[in-house]
Design a protein around this ligand. Sequence first.
Ligand code: ADP
Ligand code: ZN
Length: 784
Amino acid sequence: MNHEHGTRYIRVIVDRAIHRELDYSVPESLVDRVGVGSRVRVPFRDKSALATVVGIPQQSEAKGIRPIEAIVGDAPVLTEQLLELTKWIGTYYCCPIEAVMRSVLPQVIRRAEIGWKKQLFVQPAHNVDHREIEKLRRRAPRQAELLEAISKLEKPIRAAELLRQTSLDNQTLRALVKRGLAELREEAVVRDPHGDEQFIATSNLILNEEQTHALNEVSRALDAPQNARPILLHGVTGSGKTEIYLQAIRAALDGGRTAIVLVPEISLTPQTVERFKGRFAEAQDDVAVLHSHLSEGERHDEWHKIHSGRARIVIGARSAVFAPLTNLGLIVVDEEHETTYKQEEAPRYHARDVAVVRAKIEKCVVVLGSATPSLESYHNAVTGKYRLVTLTQRIDQKQMPLMRVVDLRQERRKEKKAAILSEKLSQAIADRLEKQEQTILFLNRRGFSTSLLCSNCGEARNCPNCSVALTFHRQPSVAGRLSCHLCGHTAAVPKKCPACGQDALIYHGFGTEKVESTVAQIFPKAVVRRMDADSMTRKEAYRETLRNFRAGKIDILVGTQMIAKGLHFPNVTLVGIINADLALHLPDFRAGERTFQLLTQVAGRAGRGETPGEVFVQTYTPFSPSIQFARHHDFAGYFQQELEFRERCDFPPFKHAVLITVRSAHEGRAKLSAETLKRRLSEALAYSVEAAARAGAYSAVRTPREFSGPRSLGAAAKAGPEEFILGDATPAPLEKLQGQFRFHILIRGEAIMRLSRLVRETLDKLPFPEDVAVAVDVDPYQLL
Ligand code: ADP
Ligand code: ZN
């Protein structure tokens, strides 16, 4: 045992995947500068590695303790609270802690290789007088000229700026410095991604009655955050939720505390940033913005602005939930139902759930807002775990849009072949063009034709790497080619069917490209633009299109989910949903929920100005519950029926799910590994369940009931918390992805912490072949 008097030990997690904490000693000279949350460089095996300090033990049991090499950066980068959060994520999401650390700390901070951007500033050395300049003028006229310019400066100027203004060169400046007539100084400048923008200051709006009530609830929680429950703000689209966030943030700041606002990446638009920067315009440095398009340098600066306490409000996408603010008072999660809050690579965390846990650790208030809350959150509100606050009215009593369902089956009977635009939707568009009002057309599928089929043998052109059909594009980047949306593979369009050799290929299905061209054909005078991942590859294209749409230069905007969220355009009075069934038929228990949310959100873009909005929903399944409840703006009704279905089928929010994916380029090895894993899991769960039964709890491991689409239900017995449902190892719905064969094992249970631990332990004990990869997803959203 190491217990020498005066020796300090630290416990660290190195950035490498070893799943273990290690102890090191700290040289005398560094002791004062290292604390929990510090970054250090340590000897590791025969190399050196970066690590994070997670504890300061009194003594250490470890043998052969070595001293650390250096401290990286100045101050600890992680607070104790963030460290606790990191550990929670590792345990809950069944993920090694060093992988969690990679999300919590951006790479630019972990490596500490990029520093502040330094720039050289020039100032006169001393009071350079006229005679000195004249003296110099004879010998070195250009130096004299520069010195004269410097002597007139009121404050230091950037060297580059000075040289540009005087059209003189660096050499001349260096010569002056050498003579001791000018001084150069290095100063850090902040790379502010919004530095060149002006924000118009706005002030608090006068809240209506419902808003006042909602803000009061938040204020009350802010006054006593220790025992506040998370608040679920359920407000219909356009009910003024953002105004409540803004005033709640103001209240938190006034109380000397800080705030985080999470928004889905897709709605982190200039419009959103403007709203927040504008409200807090008097202190623009107060607001930091974090998103995935920042340069490494910008990220470094924004992060330090937050860490040093200069920024007090952070707006950002998913990972902003880890913003290193201290004295946190409020976390807002806008559009809390959005699936983009779920990270689809390890650590597979859900930012909304992490926000709730962080709020608990930091003893601060958390507000989850949405017009279409997730079933999980709404269930938590109904059962009293969260506090429910509701906004039922749009601002100024604006009406909810009128929803019309168009039955595509009837349209097909009329037309023989279903048109992209039904007659009714076409007429509505013509009417809007006449009145100079704007239209949004929504289709959640890009490309021109979604498949190329042979009418003789029935073969579709599939991706060689993935089990999906190739999409045909007219798009310049892949003009006239077939392309895979999953792996990017492209192929030329064959003249004849490669399978049967017949000249019988036909294009089938359609995406946004075809909608755009069809609409342009029908309405040749209208200005039609498309917004999807293909047309928005340039960074500015997105802003530009939105600006033009707002300015009324575009009549019809066609797009994917990129246009479904959060946008506020008062002149949009018509929304057409081209095919509402796309999401509904996915093999996913959330298919119904997603469809309801999408319809409600897209519809919410209509009628936000003076004129009421109208929405046309085109569908082959007009009587499906998601469509009918969305049509009547009936969230409660939809929630009730969806909840019953989830309970009968043992899905969330009644059970947690853990999805394990086993994949390999070798199909047989992937299958065998998955089957072995399933057997081991079965043993481990049974053993754990027995232990629980001995302790007196009702318990069982059972196989799942049949599930073949959202509406096929079996009878269910009430289950206890110790029950686990273990499914077989089966080929994933998306069997092949990027050349890898994929198998799924789905486990469900209530005791998620125990389940996560059992899965981790089982995996750690099981050696997999080298070319087999296993991924664990706790509370999965991606079931394909
Ligand atoms: P939501 O986020 O619920 O969809 P918004 O916050 O975008 O709604 O509000 C919709 C519109 O109503 C915005 O233009 C907003 O400025 C305006 N608004 C919000 N609250 C008020 C209020 N109390 N008085 C007047 N206008 C308001
Ligand atoms: Zn592919």
